[in-house]
Design a protein around this ligand. Sequence first.
Ligand SMILES: C[S@@+](CC[C@H](N)C(=O)[O-])C[C@H]1O[C@@H](n2cnc3c(N)ncnc32)[C@H](O)[C@@H]1O
Length: 368
Amino acid sequence: MTAVRTDLLEQIEERIRNRFGLRLPPHRRAALVAELTAMDSQANPHRPALRLLSGDRPALARVAAALTNPETYLFRHGEHFAALGQLARQRRAAGRPTAVLCAGVSTGEEAWSAAAVLADAYGTAPGAFSVVGWDLNPGSLATAQAGVYGSWSAREGLKSHDRWFERTDAGWSVDPSLRSNVVFKERNLLDEIVEIAPFDAIFFRNVAIYWPRSTTRVVVDRLARILAPEGAFFFGPSDPIELPGWHREFIGVAMVYRRTDPQAPRVVQRRAARVAPQPSQAPAVDLSEVERFANLGQHARALEILTSRGTPTSCDELLWLGILRLNTGEPNAATRAFRRCVYLHPERADYHQWLALALRLAAEAGHP
Ligand SMILES: C[S@@+](CC[C@H](N)C(=O)[O-])C[C@H]1O[C@@H](n2cnc3c(N)ncnc32)[C@H](O)[C@@H]1O
């Protein structure tokens, strides 16, 4: 195998750390060189190394994906899923749906376990609940999407949720009826998050173990912004996470983090709008439908519903418009929507934050 200069490898490791949070232990260096070697038609790792260092982002992403630890299995930390079931039953009794985010979902076992628990509480009608799984590794996400697992993935059993997994020749196959409420997305957790709340539970487990603490702090702060006010954070038992100002709560034997003051993320005081929004001639848009598709990651569809009744005019609609435009890669259009929100309600801190984010993303995309 051709050697690669140590200083180049160190620079690549630094870039992986900065861009994805991953801190590579020394014994993973051989795997890094192996991936660089596999990326060159003549098995010369130097060429991809130089390309990567000259700013080739897909090459950097490929190397990072190859170096992740995808370890996961169905119903891992089973007490978390028992707790999720309890939360979901309470919410269902109150007539409320449950949306779960699995941040760092790997090959998907975590998301399908959550879906099975939620399906027990709600049934499987489309929109009854939602589970979204994010990961940076496209190979892992393809496995997640396929939803077929070997017996090693079920090493701790299916915790009385067997009916959602069918034993086939290929392995444990998730019940097709779960699929319409589960979506997987390639996502770097270090990127800005442009989804609006509310996830009612966020699973962020066994991801930050490999990250510097400063990175973990930034990402947890961002995730907190998309956790519903009364939502619950689930972390892995070895995750180095501190959340000052949050309280730990036990649901059964599972420990979750919740906000001390569920009202805190909301802006409670509202002054009268400077200019009353123009009443729309068209019937009001059902924002719960918009929200449902957005939470499933179907942003174009959500946008279509939102704009199907004419130009959005209320702040709630404009906020969704901006968020969806960000998600469909139109930061300039998002900026216009958020500006209007800020104009109508200058006291709303969250509108200013969205506007600042849109302006930054527009600048990054090279828009004026
Ligand atoms: C050990 S697995 C944990 C899987 C699951 N959460 C569990 O607890 O079973 C860690 C996952 O985090 C993902 N990951 C690490 N850094 C990431 C980042 N910056 N963005 C998205 N995913 C990341 C890895 O690709 C890997 O799939």
